[in-house]
Design a protein around this ligand. Structure first.
Ligand code: ADP
Length: 178
């Protein structure tokens, strides 16, 4: 509701991407382990580590996608990956993807997923719970962060949710000693 009222202001903080990814992986490690699913989390070597933006909102989107991926996967793996689309002039555009080998989503439902209260079918709520709000909020947060979110999926095989965001690159000379 804060987003809709135009009241959500993004923070602009320096943060370390690796720390953020470690945190996301730690949050989901137990859930994945309990289901016997492998959880992989990696950033391509060229992805800048020191970034400026709103780490809490970025984490919120990643946690939503990773949580869903684990929830809708019974076996196999969930892989979180970060890659660089472009970097330079104090800004980077990064792509985050969360791929799973879960139940997948029928093609005709894909377009609806990012709408509020949308779930693939009513049996989803019965079996898995949830509100159908997470993806709608994630979509709005990605747009606020200058990016977009999308999904590809094969029913019965798995899904890949990915989003882009635009983040600042702090001045290297301001780096604290490692
Ligand atoms: P919630 O998980 O609370 O229901 P979301 O907005 O996060 O709400 O997800 C909406 C719906 O999209 C889910 O109920 C489910 O039907 C579908 N969905 C989301 N992620 C996945 C996934 N990784 N695999 C299969 N279905 C998914």
């Amino acid at each position: 509701s804060k987003i809709e009222a135009g009241k959500l202001e993004l923070e602009s903080l320096d943060f370390h991407l690796n720390a953020l990814l470690d945190n996301v992986a730690a949050i989901h490690a137990l859930g994945a382990q309990k289901k016997g699913i492998e959880l992989i989390c990696s950033a391509d070597p060229d992805v800048p580590t020191r970034l400026r933006g709103d780490p809490a909102r970025l984490r919120q989107v990643l946690n939503n996608l990773a949580g869903n991926a684990i929830k809708f996967t019974q076996r196999g793996e969930v892989a979180i990956r970060v890659s660089t689309i472009s970097a330079g002039a104090g800004q980077a555009r990064l792509r985050f993807s969360v791929r799973d080998s879960g139940i997948g989503i029928p093609e005709e439902r894909l377009g609806l997923l990012f709408h509020k209260f949308s779930q693939v079918d009513s049996s989803t709520t019965r079996k898995f719970g949830g509100t159908g709000l997470g993806l709608a909020i994630s979509k709005q947060l990605c747009e606020l962060m200058g990016g977009e979110i999308g999904v590809t999926s094969q029913f019965g095989v798995g899904s890949e949710f990915s989003f882009t965001v635009c983040l600042g690159l702090p001045d290297p000379s301001s780096a604290p000693p490692e």
